[in-house]
Structures are given as C-alpha cells and as structure tokens.
Design a protein around this ligand. Structure first.
Ligand SMILES: Nc1nc2c(ncn2[C@@H]2O[C@H](COP(=O)(O)OP(=O)(O)O)[C@@H](O)[C@H]2O)c(=O)[nH]1
Ligand SMILES: [Mg+2]
Length: 437
C-alpha cells in the first residue's frame, strides 16, 4: 500500500458561505490537482480558474479557483494546493469524497498543516501558539496581542536570552579547562554580571504576563452594594439586555449573574451580585451574600452602588472601586463627597461620565507595553524554572554545578521556541488546533 503522506482538509468553516477553501499539502498535492482539473501545467503562486472532476466517476464537481504553491514557499513548507470552491455543503461533501479517492492522500488531523510548518522550520512554537490564539481571538485587544507574537517577537527575545546563556556557559566551561592565569582577568565577574542581567530581564518579562492573562481571559468587574440600590438595573443597562431581574423587593438577586461583554475591544466578565444585607435571616440570601463578597474580592474592578449617602461604607472602597450614588432623579443632594459619582440608571443622568470613568479604569488595567508580551502559561512555568536554575548557577560556588544549572536553563528556554522539544509537548500544542489549519 502506498504511504498516505499528502494531507487535505477543508480550511474554512463547514456550511453555506460565499467560498469554501480546501487545502492539500504534501508530495502529491500537484499531481492531485492535475488529476482533479485534467490540466497539465500550473504556474506556482498564480491563481487560475478551473473546473474540477471526480477522479473515479469523471463527474464535474464545481467550477472554482485553484492555486499551487511550490515547496518550500508555502505555509507548510511542502507543495501545497488550495481550492476555492462555491461555499455549498453539497460541493464540500463532493470534493471531500473526490479527495479521499486518492491513494496517497488522507484527511489531515487537527493542526497538522501547522505542525508540518513547524517541522519544516517555517514557524517556531511561539508563533504556532500565537496563531492558535489569533484563531481564538474574539476582541480587538486579543487580536493585537496574538498578532504581536505571530511575527516571532517572542522567539527573538527568548533566542536572544538563550544565546547569551550559551556564551556565559562557554566561559564557565572554559574556566574548568584552563588555569586562572590563562583566563582573561575578571572574566568570572563579568560572567556573573551578565547572568544577573538576564535574570533581571526575565523577571521583568514575567510581569507582563498578568496583562496578557487579563486580555485573554477577560477583566472581572463586580457590581456590589446594598439591596434595592439599582445594581441589577445597572447590570442590565451595561449589557444592554434584561438578564437580571429588577424589582423593588430586597433580596431579589440571590445568585451571582454573569455576562461577557466587549468594552472598547476588551473582554469583560461582568457580575451582578446579591445585595449586601447584613440583617437577613434567609439562608439562600445569606449564601448569595457570601458569594457576592467572594466575587468582589476577586474582581479587578468593583462598581459599588449606593442610593443614599448615609449608607456609604468606606470599607467597600479601594483604588479599584467606582462609587455610584444612584437614583438622583428621586432625590437631590447639596453636596456630594469627591470620588462619588451621582447617576440615575433610570433617566440616564451622568451615564456618559460613568462610562468614561469605567473605560478609563479598564484601559489602565489592560495597558499593554510595546514589548513582547508573555501570553502562555507554558512560557511562564518554563521561565520560572529557568529563573530557578539561573539563580542557583549564580550563587553556586562549585563551577561544575554552575555549568550544570546553566545547561538546564538553556535547554528549558530552548523548549519554549522548540529548539529543544519533546513529542508530548508538540502533540499537546497541535491538538488544540481546528481542522484545516
Ligand atoms: N427612581 C429610580 N429608581 C431606580 C433607579 N435604578 C433602579 N431603580 C429601581 O430600584 C428598584 C431596585 O432595583 P434593582 O436593580 O432590582 O436593585 P438591586 O437590588 O440593587 O439589584 C427597582 O424598582 C428599580 O426600578 C433609578 O436610577 N431611579
Ligand atoms: Mg439585584
């Protein structure tokens, strides 16, 4: 039996659409295209119109656009063909059936095109993972974050550190083989200093991961306050839907209600909570209050709502809290202390001011540095062990142990970009991809 080394898959979503895209990659891609189209010659990188036929029945499948990319100038680094067919379920099924009739071809596994790109040195692992993030991105900030890393910014940084460590390692190794008077003066001091610099840079870089986590998983905002102040009304107004029940009966909201929203391109997890009613004897309400307090504690930003100044509790306020004095349509105030924004959810008073304040606080938290940002938990875990090895190498007096720890650190950094890699790690990364990528 022939080896099925050429892979194919639908690269666009399955269903009705303007166009559907098939990708075929591997040594027989061009041959398959020739057989499908009954044409003999294809100029690489030039898209052309062509009918395609079923290889066994000769039946016309579709009239489409086709393009051939010659290895290594393709996404996978192999010969690749792309077919742009009409976006119809019947056409997709027919083309799948036709492709499956070629002896040397098989359906690609999820992520297999990208895996081949990696194995052919077209991409390193940080770029692969950034592409996966880009496909998953739903907000503008997630798109920017992922795109920053698809061009290899992160790998450049990690490779730079790796190269520095290899140099430091080389000097330490040299000092084992040579006597002190053969070595340039101060070389060990300089080496230690260089090592300290790398440690500082890695520590600084790890700090950028918290912003990346917020962008990827969303910023948590909790609305808190006493019962009946208008928390659920505010929640509904922000999300633009009547998701939380609004009523003048205290204790209506008992559980935490969540919604995911996009504010100025940032993903926000907004929570409405049960009113903080210290007097209640209701068991379920008490549970809800406990949950509300937990939510508030974990939230990145809190919106604390009151409906009169007397009940204001400064213990609820920290630098990440917005305090709203609601229902000013009902009651007027002579003087309102600084830091409390009067609004009316009902008649929109000061809504714009509140929105500006909220978006300002969100942007403050999400501020991205222009440097490469640490986006994956895998990188963070690895860099933390790299730091441990480097710190041991720095403080260790025994030169052999210094060298050993530096080697471990160098290998660990290499595993981030895939310079040193393990099969399980690769399988894990590529299996999260969708089919056709
Ligand atoms: N007059 C006035 N009533 C409001 C305003 N916001 C909410 N309410 C009313 O206050 C009551 C309690 O609102 P709700 O959102 O359920 O408060 P929660 O218990 O804090 O969630 C309801 O009857 C709302 O219609 C407002 O800005 N002005
Ligand atoms: Mg409520």
């Amino acid at each position: 039996m022939k080896k099925k080394n050429t892979i194919f898959a639908l690269s666009s979503a399955y269903g009705k659409a303007g166009v559907s895209v098939f990708r075929i990659s591997g040594p027989d891609a061009l041959d398959i295209l020739k057989k499908l189209s009954k044409k003999k010659k294809f100029t690489p990188n030039v898209m052309q119109y062509s009918d395609i036929y079923h290889p066994l029945t000769n039946e016309l499948l579709d009239s489409c656009m086709v393009v051939f990319f010659k290895a290594p100038k393709s996404y996978t680094g192999e010969d690749t063909v792309e077919l742009f067919t009409h976006g119809s379920i019947a056409v997709i099924d027919a083309v799948y059936d036709a492709l499956s009739k070629f002896e040397t071809a098989r359906i690609a596994e999820p992520g297999e095109f990208t895996k081949r790109a990696f194995l052919n040195d077209k991409l390193d692992l940080t770029q692969v993972e950034a592409i996966s993030d880009l496909i998953e991105a739903e907000t503008e900030s997630q798109r920017k974050l992922a795109l920053n890393n698809t061009n290899g910014q992160l790998s450049k940084l990690y490779n730079l550190w790796r190269d520095k460590l290899v140099k430091i390692l080389a000097w330490y190794e040299a000092s084992i083989d040579f006597s002190d008077d053969e070595m340039p003066i101060n070389v060990i001091d300089q080496n230690n200093k260089n090592l300290e610099d790398v440690i500082n840079e890695i520590e600084k870089h790890i700090k950028t991961s918290s912003v990346a986590q917020l962008i990827k998983y969303g910023l948590d905002i909790a609305i808190i306050g006493k019962p009946n102040v208008g928390k659920s009304s505010l929640f509904n107004k922000i999300i633009g839907q009547n998701k939380a029940i609004v009523s003048n009966i205290a204790g209506t909201t008992r559980d935490v209600i969540d919604a995911i929203i996009d504010v100025d391109g940032f993903k926000i997890n907004l929570s409405d909570t049960a009113g903080l009613n210290s007097k209640t004897n209701d068991k379920i309400e008490k549970k809800g209050i406990k949950k509300a307090l937990e939510k508030a504690q974990k939230a990145d930003i809190k919106i604390y709502v009151i409906d009169n100044l007397k009940s204001f509790d400064s213990k609820q306020v920290d630098k990440d809290t917005i305090v709203l004095l609601n229902k000013i349509d009902k009651k007027s105030y002579k003087k309102i202390p600084d830091g409390i924004l009067p609004i009316s959810v009902k008649d929109n008073s000061n809504w714009k001011k509140f929105w500006n304040l909220l978006t300002f606080k969100i942007k403050e938290k999400m501020e991205m540095s222009s440097d490469a940002t640490l986006t994956q938990q895998r990188y963070k875990n690895t860099l933390e062990s790299v730091l441990m090895f480097l710190k041991t190498a720095l403080t260790e007096q025994e030169i052999d142990l210094k060298v050993e720890n530096l080697r471990l650190a160098t290998d660990a950094i290499g595993s981030i970009t895939g310079r040193v890699y393990f099969n399980e790690l690769l399988d894990e990364i590529f299996s999260s991809f969708c089919l056709g990528k």
